[in-house]
Design a protein around this ligand. Structure first.
Ligand SMILES: NC(=O)c1ccc[n+]([C@@H]2O[C@H](COP(=O)([O-])OP(=O)(O)OC[C@H]3O[C@@H](n4cnc5c(N)ncnc54)[C@H](O)[C@@H]3O)[C@@H](O)[C@H]2O)c1
Length: 433
């Protein structure tokens, strides 16, 4: 059988992971982006690293034409979130399979479009939920499935984004709720997918509160953090501001974003205390799952350190996972960094984790205590290996829908002040009855 031909849509920072893997292990046949400079930068990196010929590049409006002309079998979608649904539906409609970055879509209309296209064509949709591939996350799932804590009654989940990584969502398109769905969709889709998967259950009811507390013009002024500049690079007003990201600090960020600005005016380094932010930075969600487990979830994007804690309390005990990505956030400084992270973010160094099981009437048992691998606990690499094989996939379009359902229900609850019936919502999302 001829090797399957892949195209990548969206050649920004996340695409780097897929370009490398597909160039080495598969038939990487085409790039598609609305920005020619960014496609050229990826081609330069690729040809420089591998010596292979550049990949043909297509503008965004030629996406469907590219699929036919290049005989594409699989499309990898790495564009901003609000564009995912259209690209996925068009790719499925053209007979391709799709691997999409999370979140699968940012609203009910987009999700419905994808599910209808999938039903019509029978194409395969896979969502890149790389957190599922973290070995400790798998161990949690296995322990819960083996009833290590009996019936799970409660899940308490706190996720902290620090003032470097968390701030990065407020420097570019993610700050616009229409583009990212807000962090309950953009970021928490990972976390809700994990809870759905860990519990092997589905959300029934969601209630949420959320607000912009820290970032934004008014909050920055109120907390004495705001400086007067629109974007950081080349601005003396941004000098010494720990929240500023100077693209000149990283040759890779500079090539991928600053040198590409003249084409689409995409600014990667906006002032996080500037105007125009429509997403929340502090979100609380309560959810009830089928069969009874109750979830309390909290996401903040302005913590001094980064990491997360999740605890499952059941009829026979409690399982706790605590992960620290760093002990404090550091301001960006000049130096080469992976483009996927702003300078000052040390996720690449790997996490430190502790997993503890405590049965009723017994002392705690430490199951794991030590460092995890880089790249989401080695999850990125394991996910890539699975995506390049034609076997069973971890997360399909329905898993994408169920994680989205919690985030969209939470957004709706924030907007209305009411608890949301997720079973009614998923029919809007196109869930087959
Ligand atoms: N799973 C993870 O851990 C993880 C990490 C980072 C990013 N992501 C996801 O990857 C995606 C991309 O994020 P990023 O940080 O690389 O963003 P980015 O802004 O760096 O790159 C997006 C690229 O898409 C291009 N683009 C915009 N509209 C397009 C269109 N209609 N057609 C084709 N190209 C278009 C842009 O020009 C840009 O090159 C997002 O969905 C994000 O959620 C996932």
């Amino acid at each position: 059988m001829a090797p399957r031909r892949y195209a990548i849509a969206g050649l920004g920072s996340r695409a780097e992971l897929f370009v490398r893997a597909l160039a080495e292990h598969a038939e990487l046949a085409a790039f598609c982006d609305r920005n020619r400079t960014r496609m050229a930068v990826h081609n330069d990196w690729l040809t420089g690293a591998t010596g292979r010929a550049p990949v043909p590049c297509y503008p965004a409006e030629d996406f469907t034409a590219m699929l036919g002309k290049e005989r594409i079998d699989v499309v990898v979608v790495c564009t901003p979130d609000h564009t995912h649904a259209g690209l996925i539906a068009d790719a499925l409609g053209a007979g391709c399979d799709v691997i999409t970055e999370k979140p699968m879509a940012v609203d009910a209309v987009g999700c419905r479009r994808i599910l209808e296209a999938q039903r019509r064509t029978g194409g395969r949709g896979t969502v890149g939920f790389n957190y599922r591939y973290n070995p400790l996350h798998r161990q949690v799932r296995d322990l819960l499935a083996d009833r290590a804590v009996g019936d799970v009654g409660s899940v308490h989940f706190e996720w902290l984004l620090d003032t470097q990584h968390g701030a990065d969502y407020f420097r570019r398109w993610h700050r616009d709720k229409g583009a990212s769905g807000g962090l309950l969709v953009h970021k928490a889709s990972h976390h809700f997918d994990l809870v759905n998967w860990w519990l092997g259950s589905r959300p029934e009811t969601v209630f949420a509160m959320g607000r912009l507390f820290f970032y934004g013009e008014d909050n920055g002024a109120r907390h004495g953090l705001r400086r007067e500049y629109e974007r950081a690079t080349g601005e003396s007003a941004a000098d010494g501001d720990p929240f500023a990201l100077d693209l000149g600090f990283s040759p890779r960020l500079n090539a991928l974003y600053r040198d590409a600005e003249q084409e689409d005016h995409y600014l990667r380094d906006l002032n996080v205390f500037g105007p125009g932010i429509t997403i929340e930075d502090d979100m609380t969600v309560l959810a009830r799952y089928e069969g009874g487990p109750q979830l309390s979830y909290h996401l903040v994007a302005y913590s001094p350190w980064e990491g997360y804690r999740v605890a499952f309390t059941g009829s026979e005990g409690r399982l706790e996972l605590a992960v620290r990505t760093n002990d404090h956030a550091r301001p960006a400084t000049p130096g080469e960094v992976p483009v996927s992270l702003p300078p000052g973010t040390d996720d690449e160094a790997g996490d430190r984790a502790r997993l503890t099981l405590q049965r009723h009437w017994a002392p705690p048992e430490t199951i794991f205590d030590g460092p995890l691998g880089a790249g989401h606990g080695g999850g990125d690499e394991r996910m890539l290996a699975e995506l390049l094989e034609e076997g069973q996939r971890e997360a399909d379009h329905l898993a994408g829908m169920w994680s989205l359902a919690v985030g969209l229900a939470a957004n709706r609850s924030i907007a209305t002040g009411e608890a949301i019936d997720v079973r009614a919502l998923v029919t809007e999302l196109g869930m087959p009855s």
